[in-house]
Write a protein that binds this ligand. Structure first.
Ligand code: PRP
Ligand code: MN
Ligand code: MG
Length: 202
């Protein structure tokens, strides 16, 4: 069975993603072009940002450094309502550097809200957020999932080259006894999928 057969519909094609990445990279190349400032540090938020970061840095026309951080929320219940914890720290010294924080999606904002003060505390001269998808306002979430281009359901589908809606049979619990109920219940109330559609419909 092919990976594509798990997907109900495509929201962002590979070509649309490439076009948007090129626009963002061009903007970064202009905004951070400086003879006096040291090269900016592009910091990806693992794991979801790994593809976006890889595409973005290859289109930025400036010397940049690359590093990664990871944030985990340890919540119980259906939403990750635990306090976010940085579980992978910076390798590079960002003191007096401009930091570009790269995310696949900003949903509730708790991940970037945790990381911005952390990066500032390390002495970054500025912190900018570059996210592929953004959700400016919360809304009720329809009962579907968006996956691909780094974004996962239960750690799968990150390797899709496009962003699509996962077929319900791959995230709905098949019965009350199956262990598929666990990731479904954990993720079904996530707000991030509506954000994708909201953005897509603009
Ligand atoms: C997802 C996504 C963002 C974050 C956005 O990461 O990749 O990092 O959630 O949500 P927020 O704005 O509400 O914090 P997740 O924590 O699922 O980890 P992952 O990147 O490893 O999938
Ligand atoms: Mn993430
Ligand atoms: Mg995830």
């Amino acid at each position: 069975m092919s990976l594509d057969s798990h997907i109900e519909s495509v929201l962002w094609t590979h070509d649309q993603i490439s076009d948007r990445v090129a626009q963002l990279a061009a903007q970064i190349s202009t905004d951070f072009d400086s003879d006096s400032a040291p090269p900016p540090v592009v910091v990806g938020v693992a794991t979801g940002a790994f593809l976006f970061l890889a595409d973005l840095v290859r289109k930025i026309q400036l010397p940049v450094s690359v590093d990664f951080v990871r944030v985990e929320s340890y919540g119980s219940g259906t939403e990750s309502n635990g306090a976010p914890v940085i579980s992978l720290n910076l390798k590079l010294d960002v003191k007096d550097k401009h930091v570009i924080l790269v995310e696949d999606i900003v949903d509730t904002g708790s991940t970037v809200s945790c990381l911005i003060p952390y990066l500032e505390s390390k002495g970054a001269s500025s912190v900018s957020v570059c996210t592929f998808l953004d959700k400016p306002s919360r809304r009720k979430c329809p009962d579907y999932f968006v996956v691909g281009y780094g974004m996962d359901f239960a750690e799968l589908y990150r390797n899709l080259p496009y962003i699509g809606v996962l077929k319900p049979e791959y995230y709905k619990p098949l019965s009350t006894t199956t262990n598929r109920a666990t990731p479904f219940e954990k993720n079904r109330h996530s707000k991030r999928e509506s954000a994708v559609l909201e953005k897509f419909r603009l």
